[in-house]
Design a protein around this ligand. Sequence first.
Ligand SMILES: Cc1cc2nc3c(=O)[nH]c(=O)nc-3n(C[C@H](O)[C@H](O)[C@H](O)COP(=O)(O)O)c2cc1C
Length: 175
Amino acid sequence: MENMIEFLKTRRSIRKFQDRPVEEEKIEAMMKAALLAPSSKSSRPWHFVVVDDKEKLQKMAESREMGSQFLSGAPLAVLVLAEEKKSNVWVEDCSIAALLIQLAAHDLGLGSCWVQVRNRMKEDGVSTEDFLKEVFEVPDGMKMECIIGIGYKDEEKRPVDEAKLLTDRVHRNKF
Ligand SMILES: Cc1cc2nc3c(=O)[nH]c(=O)nc-3n(C[C@H](O)[C@H](O)[C@H](O)COP(=O)(O)O)c2cc1C
């Protein structure tokens, strides 16, 4: 990894992917990053479903009214979910793990994009979570946060322009 700030500036959401599978070693590395995520009370409530089955990826693409369709062209996606009873802050725990997957993907030369699952619906009004629970045979007691779509980039995005950072959102000693 080069300088941390440069690394973060060049991480952009990628929604177009090459028709090329992601190597097993890279999948393993991203999952290791997820499993290294800090969690409240070290409760580690998360589970990760690694998906490279085309039909399942298509189902994931159809799981939202908008914002998930690009998954039909992704070679890989990871569904991030948690055992609700293990943590009352599973949303935060899952979010941190999901971001680490995205950062690991970037470090490995892959592109990725978050697809929100929690609090989202399908076109027909069915909750995205309920729909995906059925598709992936998820047992009761699990809650879903997001999907991370991953693959080799087929689009170029400019690094974030530092001049556009909301520096006035940083307060010192009082709001
Ligand atoms: C909590 C969260 C939910 C998001 N949901 C979606 C989504 O459902 N679909 C999508 O295409 N992008 C989604 N994104 C990606 C954002 O649109 C993206 O991060 C944002 O526009 C900034 O662009 P950048 O990641 O290239 O810096 C989500 C990102 C976050 C952090």
